[in-house]
Design a protein around this ligand. Structure first.
Ligand SMILES: [Zn+2]
Length: 242
C-alpha cells in the first residue's frame, strides 16, 4: 500500500530533523563539557598551590625554631668564650673548651639546616607562583572560551527555533499513533526510531531479521518492526546505502 511508504517517508524526514536538532544540542553540550574539564584543571592547580602554602608555613615555622635555637646558642657560646678567660684550673679550661667546640659544631649544623629550609621554601614559593600563574592564565582562557560557546549556543538556539517550526509542520502530517510510537522509540533507541534493512540485516541493531519478515517488508504494504530492537523498518537496498 502506498500509504505505508508515504508514512515511512514522513517519519524519515522527521527523524532527519530530530537528528539535526540533536546534533545542534550536542555541539553546545560538548562545548560546555570541555569547559568543565578545563575548570577542573584550574581547580586542581589552585588546590595544589593552597596545599603548598600550608606546607610552606610549616617549613617557615621549623626554620624559625632553628633560627631561635641558633641565636640562643650563639649567646651561650659567647658567654662560655668569655668565661674561658677567667677559669682557674686546666681541667675546667679543657672541659669548657670541649663544650665550646661541641656548641660550635651544633651551630654549624643548625646553620646548614636553616640554609636547607631556605632552599626548600624558595622552591616551594616558585612552585606556588607557577601554579597560581597557570591557574590565572587558565581562568582567562576559560572565560574567553565560555564566551565563544555562549555565542555559539545562542546561534544554535536560533537555528533550532527555525527547525522546530519545520518539525511541527511535519509532525502534524504523521498519523498520531505512529508518531507516538516514533517518540517512544526515539527516546529508548538513542534517537533512531526508524531504520533501513539491508540484505535482511537491521541497520539499527545489525541483527538479521527472519527471512519471511524480510520478504514481507520488501512488499512494502505493512509497517514492520525489528524483532530485536523494535525499531520501525523500511527496505533499504544495498546501493542506496552507498
Ligand atoms: Zn533492529
Amino acid at each position: 500500500m502506498e500509504d505505508v511508504q508515504k508514512e515511512l517517508n514522513k517519519l524519515l524526514e522527521l527523524q532527519d530533523i530530530d537528528l539535526r536538532i540533536r546534533a545542534l544540542d550536542e555541539q553546545s553540550i560538548d562545548g560546555y563539557a570541555q569547559l568543565d574539564v578545563e575548570q577542573e584543571g584550574i581547580d586542581a592547580n589552585i588546590a595544589e598551590a593552597e596545599d603548598l602554602k600550608e606546607r610552606l608555613e610549616v617549613v617557615g615555622k621549623e626554620k624559625r625554631d632553628v633560627e631561635y635555637e641558633l641565636e640562643d646558642e650563639t649567646i651561650r657560646l659567647k658567654d662560655r668564650q668569655a668565661k674561658l678567660m677567667n677559669v682557674q684550673t686546666n681541667r675546667e679550661y679543657q672541659s669548657l673548651l670541649k663544650e665550646i667546640e661541641h656548641t660550635k659544631g651544633d651551630n654549624k649544623r643548625r646553620f646548614e639546616e636553616i640554609e636547607r629550609y631556605t632552599e626548600i621554601a624558595e622552591a616551594m614559593q616558585q612552585k606556588i607562583i607557577a601554579l597560581e600563574t597557570e591557574a590565572a592564565e587558565g581562568a582567562v582562557a576559560l572565560a574567553e572560551e565560555k564566551a565563544k560557546i555562549d555565542a555559539l549556543t545562542s546561534k544554535l538556539e536560533k537555528q533550532k527555533t527555525k527547525i522546530d517550526k519545520t518539525r511541527g509542520a511535519k509532525v502534524k502530517k504523521v498519523t498520531g499513533s505512529i508518531y507516538k510510537r516514533y517518540e517512544q522509540l526515539r527516546e529508548r533507541r538513542n534517537g533512531i526510531a526508524i531504520v533501513g534493512v539491508t540484505e535482511g540485516v537491521c541497520q539499527g541493531c545489525y541483527m538479521t531479521i527472519p527471512p519471511q519478515q524480510f520478504n514481507e517488508l520488501m512488499k512494502g504494504d505493512q509497517l514492520h518492526t525489528c524483532p530485536t530492537c523494535q525499531r520501525m523498518m523500511f527496505h533499504m537496498p544495498q546501493s542506496e546505502e552507498e
